[in-house]
Design a binder for this molecule. Structure first.
Ligand code: ACO
Length: 705
């Protein structure tokens, strides 16, 4: 269930804490004393570099190198073991061979240490899951928060703490970055510095045997130094646990392993399994997590999400070039960003910022000759005017203007205004412009060298706003009635893996899915009796041996009267006896014909997230266009409505060729099918035919576990 709605405020969610007992991570990040086991005098060793990073990064707490052979390393007193350190230790970084990790961890227990980072490789990522579980067990038994194993370390600039063997200097900012790949974390530390992107934290989670994304998000939710969380993710270990995480601050995820090939590579990389990409999409949406497609996008978004949320929809564009102004307008419109419709007061406010040939319509064009003070004035007016809710400032490099000066004037005004509304900048040009972009980013004003990125950045701010404000879902999925369990248990006793169609339809009916009038007849006499008042109907063969009924002539449509029933019944039975003499014919199902919009509703299981429900439009929409969407079970009415909306062709439901679907009953079906989640492997309602009177499960298939 998404917590975003509630999370938007500062409300605590005690029930969440109950689901996810959180180890206290405060002194993992705000440690006052750090010991490095495996610190070495040899600069080629990882333990040496971690010690050096910690010292040269300016860590102000106590630093204890642990090495049985050395007296001092890098001018710090060394100790043979953590147990020999005379003072309390908040955090121990372990950088010794895998064989020694367990004995060192036990020494940490003896010392009463509560936070440990295990740099060492050689655990589940190479198939050594047992030893990894053993260290996890110790960590749990003694309430130790353990990062790793197989990690690059943790960097927390607000505490000047760098326990990694990555680059030394990181710019202090408000973005926490969680990475499942250590190598990538190293690369990105360098990249963020180059791009002047500030970090509040960097955590390489490694094999995440204990501390993973869920615990870190929960911690950063409450950390005053963090505004935005970005995650590089290869796979989630426990999807159900992930779904319990409260999202209180913007979380941007770059999840790799989209393709089958990519998913395999991710699995072999850290021993995690990559779940199906559609399900990840569903989970992120349900939870209120923003999914980026690339690093540049993820960090671009993160920079924008550090801005204050817009207090409304009206955006203004200030530009020195008509061309980029128009392009930005087009992109804003395509992105659903609302621009002012040129009210009169724009002329009144902005005329003084431009020469007579400038334009006071939105985009406000202060002209190509606009110097820094024109930008300054225009920016000030936009920031001061309450009717303007978000500001996009654009600049095209000209020889007569100075981009750095312009950047300074924009940043100065933004600071002066108290930075209360979002202001984003795009500057297009050469070397001089690049310098200006760096300056703005350094001043925490998201600045881009492309129009698409700046518009995308504003769009994502609005998207997050929507997530924060959206209605909370309240899943209340009741267990199915006993009769359903009896049918399932009897079928299992008989060794059935797939239920017969009428059994499946009966179960769905009992769970609350509407079905057309239908009946099961063992012979023609029974069929004639059941058929009374049901014409026209479809007739389908019932036989455990016949899975694809149409292929053997086991389905006839539009049986209109008694004559037709007799004739078509006999033809069907005789034909099947001929083509499949071994098939045991148990009878026929009669299902009243229903007209309406064909949909598909399904329930399946994902290895990471467990049961998930699918919705789509039937026929070509599902078969050719694969236009389906998912939600993780459990979800309630609100999320079911969003699920329907996620399907691209959803407008068809509002009316197509004179038929309107009945959305409340589709929602009802999406809730009802969830009642089966613990008991079946898969369930398909295909089609669920929806019309103004309701939504009817015309055909159903249930596969047992
Ligand atoms: N207590 C204290 N010190 C010890 C102990 C102990 N129990 N045991 C050994 N030491 C000392 C050693 O004597 C040595 O000191 P010295 O240089 O003075 O002799 C030092 O600790 C280091 O031990 P070594 O056995 O030399 O180990 P080394 O530093 O070569 O390797 C390491 C240890 C780095 C943990 C290695 O086993 C390893 O796992 N490397 C991979 C790390 C990694 O890549 N992690 C993932 C990062 S993410 C990414 O992909 C980049």
């Amino acid at each position: 269930m998404s917590e975003v709605g509630a999370a938007a405020g500062s409300k605590k969610t005690p029930e969440k804490d109950a689901i996810l007992p959180q180890k206290d991570l405060t002194h993992l990040f705000k440690a006052k004393s750090v010991a490095i086991v495996g610190a070495s005098a040899n600069p080629d060793k990882i333990g040496h570099q971690i010690l050096r990073n910690l010292i040269e990064g300016g860590f102000e707490g106590d630093i204890y190198p642990i090495n049985p052979k050395e007296k001092t390393i890098l001018e710090k007193d060394a100790y043979p073991s953590v147990t020999d350190v005379p003072n309390f230790i908040d955090l121990v970084v372990i950088s010794v061979n895998a064989n020694f990790v367990m004995p060192v961890l036990k020494e940490c227990v003896e010392k009463g240490v509560k936070h440990v980072i295990v740099i060492t490789s050689g655990f589940s990522e190479v198939g050594n899951a047992r030893e990894e579980q053993e260290i996890k067990d110790i960590a749990d038994q003694f309430n130790i928060s353990l990062v790793g194993p197989n990690t690059l370390g943790v960097v927390y600039p607000p505490n000047k703490m760098n326990t990694s063997f990555g680059p030394r200097d990181v710019i202090l900012g408000k973005i926490a970055f969680i990475s499942q790949s250590g190598a990538l974390a190293i690369a990105l530390m360098g990249w963020t510095k180059m791009e002047k992107i500030g970090l509040a934290a960097l955590v390489s989670v490694g094999n995440k045997c204990d501390i993973g994304e869920e615990e870190l998000i929960s911690y950063f939710n409450e950390d005053e130094n963090v505004d935005v969380i970005t995650i590089y993710m290869e796979g989630i270990k426990d999807g159900r646990k992930f779904m319990q995480t409260a999202i209180k601050k913007p979380v941007v995820v770059l999840k790799v392993g989209r393709s089958q090939r990519g998913a395999r590579a991710a699995a072999s990389h850290t021993g995690s399994l990559a779940g199906s990409d559609q399900i990840y999409n569903a989970a992120f949406k349900q939870l209120g997590v923003l999914r980026a497609q690339s690093f540049t996008e993820a960090f671009g978004w993160a920079r924008c999400l550090s801005l204050p949320a817009p207090d409304g929809n009206d955006t203004i564009i200030i530009t020195n070039g008509g061309g980029i102004g128009v392009r930005t307008t087009d992109e804003c419109v395509a992105a659903g960003i609302k621009l002012f419709d040129d009210p009169d007061w724009l002329e009144e406010k902005f005329r003084e910022t431009m020469p007579s040939f400038g334009c006071t319509k939105n985009p406000v064009d202060i002209t190509g000759q606009a110097p820094a003070d024109a930008y300054q004035k225009a920016t000030r007016i936009a920031l001061e005017e309450d009717r303007i809710k978000a500001v996009l400032v654009l600049y095209c490099e000209t020889v007569i203007t100075n981009p750095l000066k312009i950047a300074r004037s924009i940043a100065g005004e933004y600071k002066k205004s108290g930075s209360k509304k979002p202001l984003l900048v795009a500057m297009v040009g050469g070397e001089r412009t690049r310098e200006a972009l760096h300056y703005l980013n350094h001043e925490n004003i998201p600045a881009f060298d492309s129009i698409s990125e700046v518009v995308d950045g504003l769009k994502v701010l609005y998207k997050w706003q929507e997530y924060k404000e959206r209605k909370l879902d309240k899943p209340d999925i009741k267990p199915p009635p006993q009769e359903v369990l009896d049918i399932i248990n009897n079928a299992k006793k008989e060794g059935k893996k797939i239920l017969l169609e009428h059994e499946a339809r009966k179960i769905l009916e009992l769970c609350g899915v509407t079905t057309p009038k239908w009946g099961y007849a063992r012979n023609l006499e029974e069929a004639l009796e059941i058929a009374k008042g049901m014409y026209p109907f479809a007739m389908k063969i019932v036989s455990p041996e016949i899975v694809h009924k149409t292929d053997v002539g086991g389905v006839v449509l539009n049986v209109r009267n008694e004559e037709g029933l007799k004739l078509r019944y006999n033809t069907m039975i005789n034909h099947i006896k001929e083509v499949m003499p071994a098939a045991k014919i148990e009878g026929v199902n009669l299902i009243q014909m229903v007209k309406g919009i064909e949909c598909i509703v399904g329930l399946s299981r994902d290895p990471q997230f467990g049961p998930a429900v699918m919705f789509g439009l039937g026929g070509v929409f599902v078969e050719v266009m694969k236009d389906v969407a998912f939600r993780i079970v459990p979800f309630g009415k609100v999320e079911a409505t969003r699920l329907i909306h996620d399907v691209k062709g959803n407008k068809i439901l509002d009316g197509f060729r004179g038929i309107v679907a009945n959305k409340p009953s589709i929602i009802q079906s999406l809730l009802a099918i969830q009642r089966l989640a613990p008991y079946v492997q898969e369930c398909d309602i295909n089609p669920l035919i929806s019309n103004e009177f309701g939504s009817f499960a015309v055909d159903a298939r249930i596969i047992l576990e």
